[in-house]
Design a protein around this ligand. Structure first.
Ligand code: NAI
Ligand code: MG
Length: 480
């Protein structure tokens, strides 16, 4: 089957008729095709969005917009199992993770539906002969470049907030994972989203993605992906002064002190790196452990790694395949570098017999004694590889935690209240979790990074501000 673009609430093939294969990472087989969009197709989507913004969508009252987003949320809940099956096959993620993602995208639409009519401006105290107020207005047409690791969730946090703020959207999903978002666009149209408010164009990053970022008809770009591509997107957007939100991943530390509740920490430490086969921007990929408990904790965590099941997504294993052959080769290169260093392989998961040989599998790996300056402690692997590093003191833990160019998320495990507060303030990160990690998704919690992790905030109410531009109105009316 050939999946077309969704533009102006219609299915439209790429003008040149080109396509890209859709591959199932669990068996390496192509099973469908998507449109390979070029500039002319992106032009058509941007025109449709501009017309929507100037027309029915742009003029809709906030309360009506809110009702529409509620209807989308309800439809997404109804169709959650179907979206999860599509997502699981396309990305290779275990079915229960895909179900959680489908539930999350509905939750984003619920949250932002409720926020639409609460996006207030302010009045500003000024001399008596003036009244001054601010209005939060949409940017206009927003571009969304979505990665392949969590298409549904990242669509929810980005497009949900942008639509709520009143923008019309053009979405470019990753070439490796488009199908759930095409389905979602049709669902939104089916419950009444006006034509052109939401357009999805598939294609290759350096073609359709680059054309979208460079398009002068785009007023804001949000991007999630690699730092290298993020830089290119920001440069393209700078040519026409479009603001950007960049979420570029991390090397997020989990810091475990000797007084921590280890029983509570262990399953969370495992989940934070095995979830989605480690292909998570906020994966807890560095494990900093205080020396006194280092070997005990690694021994117990190693047993959990060895008990993990890796296999095809439809079997709902702990760890599915990686997204494609390139990502598998990238992860394997990192592991080869570990072999040529003092780093030890503490434990490894096993591959199920049911896993097809042509799938892109890498069972979870726990690495010990990783030098803090080693690439494995500095760079995003984006696979199920956890780098453990011992530390001695609180100051030492902070120094190691902050010694990467990233700053996305940090986890702190200690029962000492003062230490919890000191660490929460001292680590460089956009989100800090104490005695938990990820807070179960956190639709309501502002999320984003610092340094090479990017800038701007998504999720929560904060994301709504990012999708607006602030206008100040000063009226001189004289005084009575
Ligand atoms: P990427 O950053 O190249 O791809 C992300 C998105 O950008 C995709 O939609 C892609 O089509 C698009 N894109 C690619 N080149 C583009 C360009 N020149 N202009 C505009 N858009 C473009 O990431 P890739 O190559 O798939 O993965 C490489 C590494 O990136 C991973 O190993 C991982 O470390 C990181 N990554 C991080 C993610 C995160 O959630 N922070 C998500 C995906 C990848
Ligand atoms: Mg795929």
């Amino acid at each position: 089957m050939i999946h077309k673009n969704f533009i102006g609430n219609q299915w439209v093939g790429a003008a040149a008729g080109e396509t890209v294969p859709v591959v199932d990472p669990s068996n390496g087989q192509a099973y469908a095709e998507i449109a390979r969009s070029r500039r002319v197709d992106i032009d058509a989507a941007v025109s449709a969005a501009r017309a929507a913004y100037a027309g029915a969508w742009g003029r809709m009252a906030p309360a009506a917009r809110s009702r529409l987003l509620w209807r989308i949320a309800a439809a997404l809940l109804d169709r959650g199992d179907e979206l999860a099956r599509i997502e699981s096959r396309d990305t290779g993620k275990p079915l229960r993770q895909a179900k959680a993602d489908a539930a999350a995208v509905a939750r984003y639409f619920e949250f932002y539906a409720g926020a639409v009519d609460k996006l207030h401006g302010e009045t500003i105290p000024y001399p008596r002969d003036f009244t001054v107020f601010t209005v939060r207005e949409p940017h206009g047409v927003t571009g969304h470049i979505i990665p392949w690791n969590y298409p549904l969730q990242i669509f929810g946090r980005s497009v949900g907030a942008a639509l709520a703020a009143g923008n019309a959207c053009v979405v470019k999903p990753a070439e490796d994972a488009c199908l759930s978002l095409l389905e979602l666009a049709e669902i939104a149209a089916g419950v009444g989203l006006p034509e052109g408010a939401l357009n999805v164009c598939t294609g290759l990053g350096p073609e359709a993605g680059a054309d979208l970022a460079a398009h002068p008809g785009i007023d804001h770009i949000s991007f999630t992906g690699s730092p290298t591509t993020g830089r290119a997107v920001a440069q393209a957007a700078a040519a026409h002064f479009a603001p950007v939100t960049l979420e570029l991943g991390g090397k997020s530390p989990q810091i475990v002190f000797s007084d921590a509740d280890i029983d509570a920490a262990l399953p969370v430490l495992l989940g934070a790196i095995v979830q989605n086969a480690g292909q998570t921007c906020s994966a807890g990929s560095r494990l900093l452990v205080q020396r006194a408990i280092y070997s005990d904790l690694l021994g117990r965590l190693g047993e959990l790694f060895e008990a993990t099941r890796t296999g095809p997504a439809s079997d709902d294993p702990d760890c599915g395949p990686l997204i494609n052959a390139r990502q598998l080769a990238r992860v394997r290169r990192f592991l080869e570098e570990a072999e040529e260093s003092p780093i030890t392989v503490v434990a490894q998961g096993k591959l199920d017999n049911s896993a097809p040989a042509a799938g892109f599998y890498q069972p979870p790996v726990l690495l010990g004694n990783v030098p803090p300056a080693h690439r494995l402690a500095q760079e995003e692997v984006f696979g199920p590889v956890l780098a453990a590093i011992p530390f001695e003191t609180e100051a030492g833990a902070i120094a190691i935690a902050n010694a990467t160019p990233f700053g996305l998320v940090a986890g702190i495990w200690t029962q000492d209240g003062g230490r919890q507060m000191r660490l929460a303030r001292a680590v460089r990160a956009g989100q800090v979790f104490v005695n938990n990690y990820g807070a179960g998704g956190g639709v309501e919690l502002p999320f984003g990074g610092t340094g090479h992790s990017g800038f701007g905030r998504e999720k929560g109410f904060e994301a709504m501000y990012g999708f607006t531009t602030l206008k100040t109105v000063a009226i001189r009316h004289g005084s009575s």
